[in-house]
Design a protein. Structure first.
Length: 596
């Protein structure tokens, strides 16, 4: 997502920057620099300053085609701008953009952000875009309907937009920074999940808010001319040419508000004002490991540290002289961790402080590159399987057949389908005696429900391995014993060996060994604790509800996403929220019961 708010009148930007479309250009740059965050849809909205009756107060552009961002950027570029007589009064002031990755709903334009609630009063017209996922969207929908509203869509973004608009309509008098922030907080009070939301009202207020645990990322920057919010810090740096320290992290649970006059304020959550305990910050580890771009300085350093931390495990698994090991990585998102692995390897050799001293220098290279132009959507299934093996171009002649151990670093192994069906068969053609697949992330053992689409237990290769290890009694064990206890029954080596067996395709000549990052090392490298998909330690009650639903779906052979229709667990959600908010001391015990 991206939000750009101009703090001065339109004529200032023409004079200072030589363009009448400063905001639109910057929004386009922010979206392009965050294209990694969404390929299923794109949208942008532009809110005019001081609209007059009879005019549209905003413009909207959306696309859900195969090239959605290109479509939206073209529309932004080609939009007709009637040059105002007085640019100090009439100009495009708020620019809101979004890139969609579908974890909820269909790949249709009706699910693309921004969402809009239109009202006769511009103060109650709301535009909203965000990076979020809710565990209880259906419950919120039912509750909203029971209050007498008639929602016309089940899209979660639409629902949040409507709930915010309803709270704004309930304000006494015109909005100010505190009342707008309170309306947002009240609208989201019963929401369970993760979010960073950006939006605007038709009368010129702009806002951004983040969930209390800070699960989803959000950054902001402002100067005398502009206020900017985006999902990633480097996007803001690139678009506005500012150093990292100028871009701040949006504080957890707080609301950034920009008034129609351009005044900026950060409003703390009501819990802080009332002396209530502030929730523990739990930013998503997977953002750091994989999802965010590595041109953020902190993420770059963290990914290098992840690769370096794996070296002892990799050398143990390779079980070969250094001269007989060839180091590589796949896919491209593992490149930075690979640099960290090599850096530690050479540092150990040069320092003479390790057992590697005095041996041959390691060999390394790019063993496989994804062929971006290759397409496999052909009619014949058997031919499609054959083409699938060639999605990557392989470099021949680097690995010595029958002698070398090939080490391939991956950022994570989630389902393992690409690894089994494409990568390992391709690597096996090179003739290594052993292939070590090393994951810079720990094994993903639990479903995610906060924005990374890993909610189906039966698809996770680490869970499949557990089921195999449990044997004939797996179903009964899953019904009667908490998952953490089941995983604890088996050592890491035993679990990894079963994952390696599951990933090994039939006819494989080379031995396959799998190595995973430890949770302890990952926490040291990242310095954050949002690791529920590795540990089962969820930050909100809805996480445990989703885990329970995911287990039931697996046992009932249901392949639906587990957060789409969460189960009620004894209590109506309103009462559950009441207990969570008002009786914090007993929440841990309630949560443990939900776990069990």
């Amino acid at each position: 997502m991206a939000l750009v708010v101009l703090r001065k009148n339109g004529g200032c930007y023409r004079a200072k920057y030589g363009t009448a479309d400063f905001g639109g250009t910057k929004l386009s740059l922010l979206l392009e620099k965050q294209h990694n965050r969404g390929q299923d849809g794109a949208g942008a909205a532009i809110v005019e300053a001081n609209p007059e009756p009879g005019e549209e107060p905003y413009q909207m552009f959306k696309s859900a085609s195969s090239t959605p961002l290109a479509d939206v950027l073209e529309l932004l570029t080609k939009r007709t701008l009637v040059q105002p007589v007085s640019p100090e009064k009439k100009f495009d002031r708020i620019f809101l953009g979004h890139l969609r990755y579908a974890t909820f709903g269909k790949n249709e334009i009706s699910f693309c952000h921004p969402f809009v609630h239109e009202a006769g009063d511009l103060a109650h017209t709301v535009l909203l875009a965000g990076n979020f996922n809710l565990t209880n969207a259906h419950e919120l929908f039912d509750d909203y309907s029971r209050r007498g509203a008639f929602p016309t869509s089940k899209a979660d973004g639409y629902l949040i937009c409507e709930m915010i608009a309803r709270e704004l309509e309930g304000l006494s008098g015109r909005a100010d920074s505190n009342s707008l922030a309170k309306a947002l907080s009240t609208a989201l009070a019963n929401a369970d999940g993760a979010w960073t939301l950006c939006g605007a009202t038709g009368d010129g207020w702009a806002f951004a808010t983040r969930d209390a645990h800070g699960i989803r990322p959000g950054y902001y920057y402002f100067d005398d001319d502009v206020v900017v919010v985006a999902s990633e810090r480097p996007a803001i740096q690139a678009a506005f040419d500012v150093p990292p320290e100028a871009v701040k992290e949006l504080p957890c649970g707080q609301t950034l508000v920009v008034s129609p006059e351009g005044e900026v304020s950060l409003v703390a959550p009501s819990a802080a004002e009332n002396g209530e305990p502030i929730p523990l910050k739990r930013p998503c580890c997977f953002e750091r490991i994989y999802f965010s771009r590595a041109n953020d300085a902190d993420i770059h350093r963290e990914r290098k540290a992840l690769g370096a931390a794996l070296l002892p495990q990799i050398l143990k698994a390779a079980d070969a002289p250094l001269g007989d090991i060839f180091f590589s990585y796949i896919p491209n998102s593992a490149r930075i961790a690979f640099h960290g692995l090599l850096e530690r390897l050479f540092t150990d050799i040069l320092s003479g402080s390790s057992s590697l001293h005095g041996k041959e220098l390691p060999r390394f290279g790019e063993i496989a590159v994804k062929d971006a132009k290759f397409r496999t959507f052909i009619a014949d299934a058997s031919a499609r399987r054959e083409f699938y093996k060639h999605v990557y171009d392989v470099t021949y002649g680097l690995v010595r057949p029958g002698k070398d151990t090939l080490v391939v670093l991956d950022d994570s192994i989630v389902r393992g389908n690409t690894m089994k069906n494409a990568i390992l068969p391709m690597l096996d053609r090179l003739g290594p005696r052993r292939i070590v697949i090393a994951s810079s992330a720990p094994p993903i053992r639990y479903p995610d429900c906060y924005g990374i689409d890993m909610s189906t237990l039966g698809e996770l290769v680490a869970f499949k391995a557990l089921v195999n290890l449990l044997g004939d009694g797996a179903a009964e064990a899953l019904r009667s014993t908490p998952l953490p206890e089941l995983y604890a029954q088996f050592g890491e080596d035993e679990h990894c060996a079963e994952i390696a067996r599951l990933l090994t395709p039939s006819g494989m000549k080379a031995e396959v060994v799998v190595v995973y990052q430890t949770v302890e090392n990952m926490r040291k490298c990242l310095g954050v604790s949002g690791d529920w998909y590795f540990t089962g330690d969820y930050p909100t009650p809805g996480g445990y509800k989703v885990l329970h639903k995911a287990l039931l779906n697996y046992l009932n052979k249901n392949s639906d996403r587990s957060y789409c229709v969460c189960m009620a667990i004894g209590l109506r959600f309103g009462l559950w929220s009441f207990f969570v908010k008002r009786f914090a001391p007993i929440c841990a015990r309630i949560t443990q019961n939900v776990k069990n």
